[in-house]
Design a protein around this ligand. Structure first.
Ligand SMILES: Cc1cc2nc3c(=O)[nH]c(=O)nc-3n(C[C@H](O)[C@H](O)[C@H](O)COP(=O)(O)OP(=O)(O)OC[C@H]3O[C@@H](n4cnc5c(N)ncnc54)[C@H](O)[C@@H]3O)c2cc1C
Length: 288
């Protein structure tokens, strides 16, 4: 039987109350959102927080809105809500592509955007999607609020820049003209974690690529992105050759390991092929 160690429990209804509760309970307190990652870890005693601060009633973190030319996605937005959001899909179709293949409806109905990013699993899908989109993360703590590029958010497997006592508030995505995006994933069976997955975002200026974002997951790409492949794309005229070259460079710069999901060379091949496919699909959306 899997039983967590004893812990205290408190429910917050506002961000301020959450921060006060985190401060009161100290460094060994954790917030719980969907609980899909934290609770299994507690049952296995891989995590033993002394206090859980439940943020499920902090409704101010549940909003998806456009403000200041940016799409803002609250940390408590459920996977299913992001998948259902017309405004998110309109500006960033990659988010719908990714959400459609994250886990199953049970997990998507409860699991949250913030929980996924803060869990920082090396195979997490949204890290690659938001990385490709060059998102930034808003974090609030006792010292105030700070905004961090998602490309600096992850500091290692299961580690982020969110310190004890801090809370991830929302993700911000700048809406730029001439942009589209797509996500491609290979998993062993429907709803599983990826063997490898790639996200691509393109912003065109006339007939050239003004900017590009490539996100990778499950293949040990640093910060879940492939800046060397983005460099291939920037300034180029979109073509099959350019997309294939970006895929080749993305594959070269990741460092997948062999595990129960597959051998390293197969994952590296997937990283390249999925990058090329995601670019092709993002570009196709711009032509439609
Ligand atoms: C069967 C199964 C299959 C899955 N498949 C996939 C998959 O294919 N792809 C994929 O990407 N994911 C997958 N997941 C993970 C899923 O997306 C979870 O929802 C996610 O891991 C955690 O979200 P959560 O809201 O449940 O977080 P929780 O478990 O509540 O929290 C996770 C961690 O984040 C912290 N945290 C949560 N919110 C905040 C916040 N706002 N600020 C600071 N810290 C915070 C918690 O303290 C905890 O340390 C799967 C999960 C399961 C159970």
């Amino acid at each position: 039987m899997q039983v967590p160690a004893n812990f205290e429990y408190a429910k917050a209804t506002t961000v301020e109350e959450t921060l006060a509760l985190l401060a009161r309970h100290g460094d060994e307190a954790r917030v719980v959102a969907g609980g899909h990652s934290l609770l299994p870890m507690m049952k296995l005693r891989l995590a033993q927080p002394e206090a859980l601060i439940d943020i499920n009633d902090v409704t101010e973190l549940s909003r998806i809105r456009i403000e200041g030319g940016m799409l803002c996605v609250g940390a408590l937005v459920r996977h299913a809500e992001l998948l259902d959001s017309a405004v998110a899909g309109e500006h960033f179709p990659i988010l719908h592509d990714a959400e459609r293949v994250i886990a199953d409806p049970v997990v998507r109905n409860r699991g949250t955007v913030g929980g996924s990013l803060c869990q920082a699993d090396p195979s997490e899908d949204l890290s690659a999607a938001f990385g490709a989109l060059k998102a930034s993360a808003v974090i609030r703590g006792p010292e105030g609020e700070r905004t961090v590029s998602l490309r600096e958010f992850h500091t290692g497997p299961y580690e982020t820049v969110v310190e004890p006592g801090e809370l991830l508030i929302e993700l911000r995505l700048p809406i730029r003209p001439g942009g589209s995006s797509a996500y491609e994933k290979v998993e062993r069976r429907v709803g599983d974690w990826p063997l490898a997955a790639a996200g691509a975002a393109l912003w065109l200026d006339g007939d050239r690529i003004a900017d590009a974002g490539i996100g990778l997951t499950a293949v040990r790409a640093e910060h879940f992105v492939a800046p060397e492949a983005e460099e291939v794309l920037r300034g180029a005229v979109p073509s099959e050759e350019v997309f294939a070259e970006a895929g080749r460079v993305a594959a070269e710069h990741c460092d997948p390991g062999s595990d129960q999901r597959g051998p390293a060379d197969y994952k590296r091949h997937l990283a390249g092929e999925l990058t090329t496919r995601a670019l092709r699909r993002a570009y196709g959306r711009l032509q439609a």
